[in-house]
Design a protein around this ligand. Structure first.
Ligand code: NAI
Length: 304
């Protein structure tokens, strides 16, 4: 099996000054990529800003003989996203890979959560992905190549107490990824999403210390590197990863039941009577775009 290399490729990693993003950036550079190390240098809750986070990762890459440039913009504005991509184009001429990784937390249970906590989380995670992906996509479309990785969370996929803002933004990324993957298909732009579990400042107070030590970001990195490679042809997929566990999650659609004949009214009592079949996930399958769901109810539309 050929080594996965990124010689001649340009990778942007957002939030690469610490945690998971730092590990990705170091590995991309080690494997030949020119890397834009973006990091606002904020605290865990998104307040503040500092250049040293991105600078220290750039220094580390350069000391190891790699090529990298720092960018300190916030992903959370259109201008910031455009500057991040411009940094790559100005320094290295193009963008091949975008890792949407920057993130913060503002946990509160629902009744304590304010508008500020909702908005800042959406701005960094969901809008931030839009702000960076749109200008990167434009470059990738022109060249007919692109690999984009989004970062969701188990909190979004499955739910977690106190993270309504974060879970909603993280799950919003799945919808965004689906459309980026569909719109990018004919330009060889692949978009996939990871749901990592790793030790970082975001998780230091939510995991038992003995687990924390073992959940190294280095276990998430190989999946991100593979998803960014030429060899990888998947798009629109979601992967769980942590501690060496790699697994796919998907939004699936079950066949359910077709009631009526497309003309007669259907009563709530019929829903109640058929609840077993309606709520069953038996024979559920992965659906790669909205149009595929039509197969389930087209016979009703055709009066069959
Ligand atoms: P981290 O806090 O170690 O790293 C995140 C980096 O993003 C920080 O260096 C921070 O300065 C930077 N950042 C924050 N806001 C930014 C902005 N507006 N613009 C640019 N940079 C910004 O956190 P970690 O754990 O490495 O998280 C990386 C991603 O993985 C995040 O999106 C997080 O939500 C996600 N994630 C992490 C999990 C984990 O177990 N560590 C679990 C699920 C998701």
């Amino acid at each position: 099996m050929a080594d996965i290399r990124f010689d001649g490729k340009v990778a942007i990693v957002t939030g690469a000054g610490a945690g998971l993003g730092k590990v990705y950036a170091l590995e991309f550079a080690k494997r030949g990529a020119k890397v834009v190390v973006n990091d606002l240098g904020s605290s865990r809750d998104g307040s503040g800003a500092a250049h040293n986070a991105a600078d220290s990762v750039v220094d580390e890459i350069k000391k190891a003989g790699g090529e990298a440039v720092a960018n300190y913009d916030s992903v959370a504005t259109v201008q910031g996203g455009e500057n991040i991509v411009k940094t790559a184009v100005d320094a290295f001429g193009t963008v091949d890979i975008l890792i949407n990784n920057a993130g913060i937390l503002r946990d509160k249970s629902l009744l304590k959560m304010g508008e500020d906590e909702w908005d800042i989380i959406h701005n960094v995670h969901l809008k931030g992905a839009f702000c960076c992906t749109k200008p990167a996509f434009a470059v990738m479309r022109e060249k007919g190549f692109g690999r984009i990785v989004f970062t969701t969370s188990g909190a979004g996929l499955y739910g977690n107490f106190g993270q309504a803002n974060y879970a909603a933004a993280k799950t919003g990324l799945l919808g965004f990824m689906n459309v980026v993957g569909i719109e990018g298909a004919k330009y060889n732009i692949k978009a996939n999403t990871i749901a990592p579990i790793a030790a970082s400042r975001l998780t230091e107070d939510v995991m038992p210390p003995e687990f924390f030590k073992k959940l190294k970001p280095e276990f998430v990195m190989p999946l991100v590197v593979y998803l960014s490679s030429d060899q990888m042809n998947e798009t629109g997929m979601i992967f769980n990863c942590g501690a060496g566990w790699y697994s796919r999650s998907a939004i699936v659609c079950a066949p359910g039941i077709a009631l009526g004949d497309g003309n007669r009214d259907i009563t709530p009592e019929e829903i109640q009577q058929n609840w077993g079949k309606i709520a069953s996930l038996s024979d559920a399958k992965y659906i790669s775009n909205l149009g595929e769901t039509f197969a389930f109810f087209t016979p009703l539309l055709q009066g069959k």
